[in-house]
Design a protein around this ligand. Sequence first.
Ligand SMILES: C[S@@+](CC[C@H](N)C(=O)[O-])C[C@H]1O[C@@H](n2cnc3c(N)ncnc32)[C@H](O)[C@@H]1O
Length: 225
Amino acid sequence: MLNFENTQPIIYQGSCLENLPNLQSNSIDLIITSPPYLNRYDYTRTYALELAFLGCNEEKVKHLRQTMLSCTVENHDKHDYLEKLYSTIERYSDFLKVHSTFEKQAALQEVLEILEIYRKQGKLNNKNIVRMIHNYFYEMCFVIYESARILKPGGIMAMINDNVRYAGEEIPVDLILSDIAHSFGLTTRHIWTLGRGKGNSSQQMGNHGRSELRKCVYIWEKQTL
Ligand SMILES: C[S@@+](CC[C@H](N)C(=O)[O-])C[C@H]1O[C@@H](n2cnc3c(N)ncnc32)[C@H](O)[C@@H]1O
């Protein structure tokens, strides 16, 4: 039985890509997270008013946008930044492990290949969509790897996320992320889906008909040693 009496929350400001690597291994009982979805929402625009009240000028907002997990067509690649980060904290072998797990995820690589063909055929309404999807999963690999590392054996990670569709191609974000989690020692206990998922945008419905996209909560458990 966990005892939460007389505990004080600690709030870490900054990107999870930088904060998670500093947390101790096997130290956390439960992670609950709602990361950005792969849906092109720009949170610096969602929270524009709050950021303005906090005194963020345009330059700061632009910088913040690039430090966030990639989920917009404006986000740049963080490969070099992550490589440098893991070198600095003397965990380069972890960087290589995460990098190769990303490259080996077969379903993801297949999706990226198909969308790259669509991009060349001009079927995507923005040329940076493939880059965004690549970067989203690349960065989520690091988040999941670090989360698995800091969880105690038997600890639970709960994530809420949506599947998405681009140019008619459904991306099973739930299955891809769960497979990546498995590579890092997390067993999928449940993928709970909302009774009624999200439909398509009206533009997508016109081209591809209406079909449901899963909106899920994943429950992953760290394998005991
Ligand atoms: C789907 S929303 C979840 C919002 C949350 N449930 C709430 O009520 O505030 C995703 C959140 O992830 C945050 N985010 C994006 N990149 C991040 C990063 N690198 N580190 C930490 N949080 C990030 C966004 O600012 C956004 O608030």
